[in-house]
Design a protein around this ligand. Structure first.
Ligand SMILES: [Zn+2]
Length: 62
């Protein structure tokens, strides 16, 4: 994904910056604990398409 695109993308819920997860091909909003999928290089910036990071155990923040 184009890094410049990431600069202009913000979370549609909190308008905060997003973190690009290259391996998962997701854009992460840390405050909302949501992961927006990237499909065919296009970020899907809809809250109803986002994955809830609280819904499953994570070892990122023990
Ligand atoms: Zn957010």
């Amino acid at each position: 994904m184009d890094a410049r695109l990431l600069d202009i993308l913000v979370c549609p819920i909190c308008k905060g910056p997003l973190e690009y997860d290259k391996n998962a091909q997701e854009l992460i909003c840390n405050p909302d604990k949501l992961a927006y999928p990237i499909r065919d290089g296009i970020p899907i910036m809809w809250a109803d398409q986002a994955r809830d990071l609280n819904a499953q155990p994570s070892n990122v923040n023990p």
